[in-house]
Ligand binder design. Sequence first.
Ligand code: GLA
Length: 684
Amino acid sequence: MRLASIAVMAGLILSPVTFAVAQATNYANQPPVLLGAAWYPEQWPESQWDTDLDRMEAAHIHVVRVGEFAWSTMEPEEGVYHWEWLDHAIADAAAHHIAVVLGTPTAAPPAWLTEKYPQTLRVSEDGVRDEHGNRQQFSFADEKYRELAHDIAERMAIRYGHNPDVVGWQIDNELANPSFDPEAKAQFHAWLKKKYGTIANLNYQWGTAYWSQTYNDFDQIPVREDNENPALLLDWKRFVTDTWVSYTENQVSAIRPHADPRQFITTNTMGWFNGFDEYKLHKILDIAAWDDYIASPNYDYMVNGALHDLTRGYKRKDFWVMETEPAFVNWRRTNNPLNKGQVRDMAWQAIGHGANTVEYWQWRANRNGQEEYHGVLVGIDGKPAPVYAEIQQVGAEFDKAGEALKGTSPHSEVAVIQSYDSRWAIDFQRHSARFDNGAEMMAFYRPLREQSQAVDVVSPMAPLDGYKVVVAPALNVLPQAMADHLIAYVKQGGHLVLGPRSGMKNAYDALQPERQPGPLVGLLGGSVTQFYALAGMVPVSGVAGAGTADIWAETLEATNPETKVLMRYGKSNGWLDGQPAVLERQVGKGSITYVGAWLDDALLSKLTAMWLQDAGVKPLVAGVPAGVEVCERTGEDKTVLILINHNTSEESVTLPGTMKNLLAGGAEVTSVTLPKYGVAVLDQ
Ligand code: GLA
């Protein structure tokens, strides 16, 4: 089963932020903004392809992804290769002005492979080896599997690396689960040995005197992803990251030498999924891409927008939506559709947040297989599904607005920091089951996005000097080097906001020698005296008015006379009564703020308004009704606004000046009225 994809930092800033480098499509004869679909020609007789491709062309589809599950068609028996069908599929697509992204087929090893090489099958944490079937049944660490994966990827690259109609490569498909096979375990032990040198060093860093965990040898160390020493668990995640990176690198190295430089290499990621560290993986990839599916019954555009921003942050440039749903999926508990109009709304939101391609999964219903119920553009009979017309409209609109969008990207003055180490560390020891990292990030992201209309989501060590405000919602793991990076940012005039639980752990997931925020205590001039999980709301009041905290509350203490108490807890459990909840210290032109509680939305929104105002961040377009999203993409001498009305009521927006309404024939307008789920694309 597919893992459901779920669902920001400044001041001194001398020049507008240059966060995302424009990533227009770099191949000839294709428009700058692409509509696409996942196409599985191997499931259909060639005689039917033209009908499908005609319909794609009529929908303004300019790219298809092909091949990512077609290993048994490419190599039906070991060493027997069939490429003619793929040659033809690429040529036929090209004849319809459709370019191809080739997926390496390694997420679905064929039966002959797993039968002959059973050691390539994945082993679960409880020691059970997968049998052949379903997909993703391989071990990411197995040498033989890597050899076979390298071989098939290399053969594809030799054949298609210079094919003018192949524009890029997707490695595997939705990298996800680790394996606990003996080879993976041995590799983990070797990884630990390399990292720590001696077992004595590991014992010290992991604090193994606790519960008699002291090891005499690396080989004794259990391999677990749950219920273990948090230091072990954190290192396991890092090992899993490195193993997925080398797994991917194995295929990148097979493709790169044979591929034209114009062909990009990417993989399709899964939004909030945190099985490994995407920042590390993306160092070896050319662009980021993700599969944008709504994980909950309702489309929350803020969550979805944050996940676009998260993906843009992997490479700090524009990205692709490699897959998205044509109204509905088949893997949720209830696969209710998006409302009519919301598919278009989502497509434009992707572009607004920096995608240059939106591809639907999938083009046509499969004849059989586990996904017969999934949303499609055309049905089993090859005729359009009801959603086809809406997607066709999107395609026509991408063509209309493409030139204006070419070379443009979103740019933000505000950043949210997202750290895999911190998310993992909190998940290992939540302390409150309600402390959900995604929800915590969204609590800070929402008001920032609402009020500034542009937010980057970046890794903790990303360059911060372009941002006026940087917010780290729960930067739990905060080693000294990261602290130095943040201190430098504040000293240069940046406004740093830390959320609860920040600065508690070092790089080994051990408690810092100082209380929170550990290495930032000096800069803040204050610290946490005690943390508390909350079973209900407690009152909080101060400069931002009165409200509540829930889930988490830390009592703070200001130790420097320059450190101000902005908010305090009211009467509750005695421990919190009257204690500081938010501290802030000005440092030159910059500042550091520590928010010790999970505050209610209204209160956090008011504090956010103060932070943005102090830092001089203004909305891109003022006075926009709630539920209307403003996205801006800028490039050299270009500003394009994308307005999306996520509401079910009609809304009007007054523009900052006269603009061309690109989807309405280029008429010059000073305001627009957007119907329910309406979109306007406006060029300055
Ligand atoms: C994932 C996979 C696709 C398909 C879709 C269905 O994203 O990458 O192969 O299974 O889910 O939603």
